[in-house]
Design a protein around this ligand. Structure first.
Ligand SMILES: O=C[C@H](O)COP(=O)(O)O
Length: 219
């Protein structure tokens, strides 16, 4: 199985990709460790802070000690950024939008890319470019109805809603019942107060409970 398929399989198996950014390397490392110990195998760090590249580089080196963990980079808008983060070892690229230049670059490098799509036309365009997974963004504004509509005309397309996804039974059931491949989850998983006070055990328990909930919903 090639690397892209392996990452997709890990995304689907755990069902949830944490989406996180922080300007402090040690905080980012602790969060990654908690996520891995909770069962996460695919983690998306986002290119949001001014020093995101420095943090990502450190995180990538640190991630090598966690067997079977894939570390991707999100919030990629330009080829230059894609190039830089791939050079630093990003396993996959996520964008908030559908950006043909970034897609062509990733295809050329044989790297998994996940474009943000908010309309059926964008999803279709992504599919014609060879998308293996699309990010329905912003998920909470599009809703599970959007996923169902896409699946009704493109049943084989893998969809990952991100943005406003909640770690609750009600919210996750709505998404998985609509047929999502996995979900992306940021702020609802990484509560500011938990991160700022360094409660990594609390974080680990929350992530672990969320992964367990997803498995239960799918069973
Ligand atoms: O693209 C990633 C999103 O900003 C994450 O959204 P969220 O924090 O609402 O889960």
């Amino acid at each position: 199985m090639n690397q892209q398929k392996k990452i997709l399989q890990a995304m689907n198996e755990t069902g949830m990709i944490p989406v996180f950014n922080h300007s402090d390397i040690e905080v980012a490392k602790s969060v990654l460790k908690s996520a891995y110990e909770a069962g996460v195998r695919v983690f998306e760090f986002t290119n949001r802070e001014a020093n995101a590249f420095e943090v990502f580089k450190a995180l990538k080196i640190y991630s090598e000690s966690f067997e079977g963990l894939y570390l991707g980079i999100g919030t990629i808008f330009t080829v230059k950024d894609a190039q830089q983060f791939l050079f630093a070892g990003a396993d996959f690229i996520v964008s908030p939008a559908l950006i043909p230049e970034v897609i062509h670059y990733c295809n050329m490098k044989s790297v998994l890319w996940v474009p943000g799509c908010a309309t059926i036309s964008e999803v279709f365009q992504a599919k014609t470019f060879g998308a293996q997974l699309v990010k329905a963004f912003p998920g909470n504004l599009l809703g599970a109805g959007f996923v169902k509509a896409v699946k009704s005309v493109m049943p084989d397309l893998n969809i990952m809603p991100t943005g406003g996804v909640e770690p609750t039974s009600e919210n996750l059931s709505t998404w998985f019942d609509a047929g999502v491949f996995c979900v992306g989850m940021g702020s609802q998983l990484f509560e500011k107060q938990v991160i700022s006070s360094g409660q990594y055990q609390v974080l680990e328990e929350k992530i672990s409970a969320t992964l367990t909930l997803i498995q239960k919903i799918r069973s």
